[in-house]
Ligand binder design. Structure first.
Ligand code: GDP
Ligand code: MG
Length: 371
């Protein structure tokens, strides 16, 4: 249970800090606006505001967000692979491109590694890894961003050279811009006789994506996902753009990240694909994932192999959770199972509470009016 400043608590209670200071004074506590309040003081105020408020505060305090802000020293930081999302209009070749990259470049020296679908995969180019999110449509941006998760470092926007910019192309550009993620344009279907890359570049210029040759700073790569042409150049450009971004993480810390997808499996129970965004996730780690919790029982990588640990930017499928989380949910590893359980349970309660929140807010407002 963390501490809160007077100002933070006031915000959570939708009250003026001055009012809280006054209330604290009445309760015999001298406080300033930036003063940190301990658990006892928080509970004192909450009790004074009514039981419902106390519950809401306790839930807020156990928000997973707070566990994201671990202090990390500069020396711990290491380069991490970029996480890439492929977006574009329907039928412009997103799935074909993902397949083409995966078939030619899957991270594995050993032949015949059976790839399985876990919602994300990694490839290796010039000894450097790239993680691709393989979620359907714009899910990576829409569902996850709606839940406040930022998972993507770079967006590939696929535009079919024979079709040009279409409504979902523009939508994709807007998503990437809103997320402040760099964009690389892949002009696909270059093998087609009707391919007209100049037109694509012209049209995209109108949306602020200007090719380098025309004095802009957007990288355009002509490809044919079908024939596997231009894929190597595209991957090299991804690495180039990623290097500029200086993506870093600390493999030494405990893991945090986001749910890519999750479902209930008949035999294995709750199965979740997690993207480790920082730290290293290990088998046996006590973990809270959204409203679910447990211990990481088994981990499987994108090649379907059992692994014992997963570092930054690695997608893994895990089992061992008591419930099925949702895409975009955060996960945090805790030091011990007891804490994980209590945070998990508290968050599960939030879920139930959230359904009643509208009603409850009215109740709280009424309560405040009386005071
Ligand atoms: P998505 O809807 O963006 O995932 O598009 P798909 O990957 O499913 O591709 C839609 C159609 O375009 C399929 O019939 C593909 O075979 C075809 N296609 C994809 N890439 C290429 C390409 O580079 N060249 C040609 N000629 N066809 C392609
Ligand atoms: Mg598709």
């Amino acid at each position: 249970y963390e501490s809160l400043s007077v100002a933070e608590l006031a915000k959570k209670l939708h009250r003026e800090p001055s009012e809280l200071i006054k209330k604290l004074f009445m309760l015999g506590v001298m406080a300033t606006i930036n003063q940190e309040l301990d658990k006892d003081a928080i509970e004192l105020i909450c009790a004074d505001y009514g039981v419902e408020v106390e519950e809401e505060i306790r839930i807020d305090i156990t928000d997973l967000e707070t566990h994201f802000e671990q202090e990390v020293s500069e020396e711990e930081l290491r380069e991490r692979p970029p996480v890439v999302t492929i977006m574009g209009h329907v039928d412009h070749g997103k799935t074909s491109l993902l397949d083409s990259i995966r078939n030619t470049k899957v991270t594995d020296g050993e032949a015949g590694g059976i790839t399985q679908h876990i919602g994300a995969y990694q490839v290796e180019v010039d000894g450097k890894k790239i993680t691709f999110l393989d979620t359907p449509g714009h899910a990576a941006f829409t569902t996850m961003r709606a839940r406040g998760a930022k998972v993507t470092d770079l967006a590939i926007i696929v535009v079919a050279a024979d079709d040009g910019v279409m409504p979902q192309t523009v939508e994709a550009i807007n998503h990437a811009k809103a997320a402040e993620v760099p964009i690389i344009v892949a002009i696909n279907k270059m093998d087609k006789l009707s391919a007209n890359p100049d037109r694509v570049m012209q049209e995209l210029t109108e949306h602020g994506l200007v090719p380098e040759d025309w004095g802009g700073d957007t990288i355009f790569v002509p490809i044919s996902a079908l024939k596997g042409e231009g894929i190597d150049q595209l991957l090299e450009m991804i690495l180039l753009v990623s290097e500029v971004g200086e993506l870093k993480a600390s493999p030494a810390r405990s893991a945090i990240g986001t749910v890519i997808e999750a479902q209930l499996d008949k035999g294995r129970g709750s199965v979740a694909t997690l993207l480790v965004q920082d730290g290293t996730l290990r088998v046996g780690d006590p973990i809270v994932v959204g409203h679910a919790y447990g211990r990481v029982r088994a981990m499987v990588n994108d090649l379907g192999r059992r692994v014992k640990d997963a570092g930054p930017s690695t997608p893994v499928e895990i089992t061992g959770l008591n419930d099925v989380p949702q895409a975009g949910d955060r996960f945090v590893v805790f030091e011990d199972e007891k804490t994980a359980r209590s945070v998990g349970e508290s968050r599960a309660m939030t879920a139930i509470q959230a359904q009643r929140s509208e009603k409850q807010r009215v109740t709280l407002d009424n309560l405040f009016e009386q005071m």
